[in-house]
Write a protein that binds this ligand. Structure first.
Ligand SMILES: [Mg+2]
Length: 321
């Protein structure tokens, strides 16, 4: 596949080069970092509490999440058709997209084998449709009963995990420089209310070893869509995390740009080391400061300062001359 930077990537790079103020690109892992799923299902999360957490309840919660994720994928993200055609990010096929209006497009268009240019165009249409749905949010596409079940499950999970999800979300807001959500956020289907706009100084990017479409469904269900844009979600499933990190550097890199990787796995740790980027290892154990709740901007900044130096110190040193 051609991985030549697209016009959008070149534009992003130009913007980042023009930014005078330092910008940080935070690269997040998803599973067992921003969200909990596998560790609920296999009991690892509960196990870290030495019997203080109900393991069976964690497994039940995990199974409910799996059902919601599959339902969003199958009912709204064309997953049964496209699951064998994983791409590393939604814009990967944009060169095949002729930009036609999809509002009346019939998606019963025979997408499938062979994976030629025409079918790549059909997949690009699906990717654009998924990006539009992502920007509108789940309240726009789910029925009221499902929205209620989903909200209840989020609250139940957040309660069971002492606020892992909500405190993770709060830190993502802080990395952007965002302080609070509009009060009507959850009920809003207005893309301008919900979008992760370019007005923020910093950027959150997600790189997950899961496949792309379920990862986007997870972002929506775990309410990360207002702090991570659809086109900033990368699947390293086939290409590996180091390759994704290289694309991210190519896309956002510039003289004033810092990177910081946060995850629980060895692959993102080794890829961050190869890129010479700071890495924060998430640890499920309740005694760890690098978990949720617990991880703060102060801790995150201490990691970036070790690698890049403190911006304040640099300013003071410059003023002395
Ligand atoms: Mg992980």
């Amino acid at each position: 596949m051609d991985r030549t930077p697209t016009a959008a990537l070149l534009r992003d790079r130009k913007i980042s080069e023009e930014v005078a103020k330092p910008m940080t690109v935070y690269i997040w892992d998803m599973d067992e970092t921003l969200i909990l799923l596998k560790s609920l299902l296999d009991g690892t999360y509960a196990g870290a509490f030495n019997g203080l957490k109900d393991r069976r309840k964690g497994i039940e919660i995990g199974k409910l999440w799996e059902n919601h994720i599959l339902q969003v994928c199958d009912d709204h993200f064309y997953y049964e058709e496209i699951e064998d055609y994983n791409e590393p990010f939604l814009d990967a096929l944009s060169e095949y997209d002729d930009g036609r209006d999809l509002s009346k497009y019939n998606f019963n268009d025979g997408f499938g084998f062979p994976y030629d240019d025409w079918n790549k165009r059909k997949l690009a249409y699906r990717h654009r449709s998924i990006a539009e749905k992502y920007s509108q949010g789940l309240c726009k596409i789910l029925d009221q009963q499902t929205v209620k079940l989903w909200n209840d499950l989020y609250s139940l999970t957040d309660s069971y995990t002492d606020g892992w999800l909500s405190s993770g979300h709060a830190l993502l807001e802080q990395t952007l420089g965002k302080t609070s959500l509009p009060s009507n956020y959850l009920l809003s289907s207005d893309p301008t209310t919900r979008s992760v706009t370019s007005k923020y100084q910093n950027i959150n990017v997600l790189v997950t070893s899961g496949s792309l479409i379920p990862s986007l469904a997870k972002c929506l269900l775990y309410r990360l869509d207002d702090v991570i844009a659809a086109n900033n979600v990368y699947s390293s499933w086939e290409v590996g995390k180091l390759r994704c990190f290289s694309w991210i550097k190519e896309r956002f890199g510039g003289p004033n740009v810092r990177f910081c990787v946060i995850g629980d796995g060895t692959e993102e740790c080794e890829a961050a080391q190869a890129m010479r980027w700071p890495f924060i290892k998430i640890d499920l154990r309740p005694s760890s400061p690098c978990r949720f709740p617990g991880l703060t901007m102060k801790v995150v900044q201490s990691y970036t300062d070790v690698m890049y130096g403190s911006p304040d110190v640099e300013v003071e040193e410059t003023e002395e001359f």
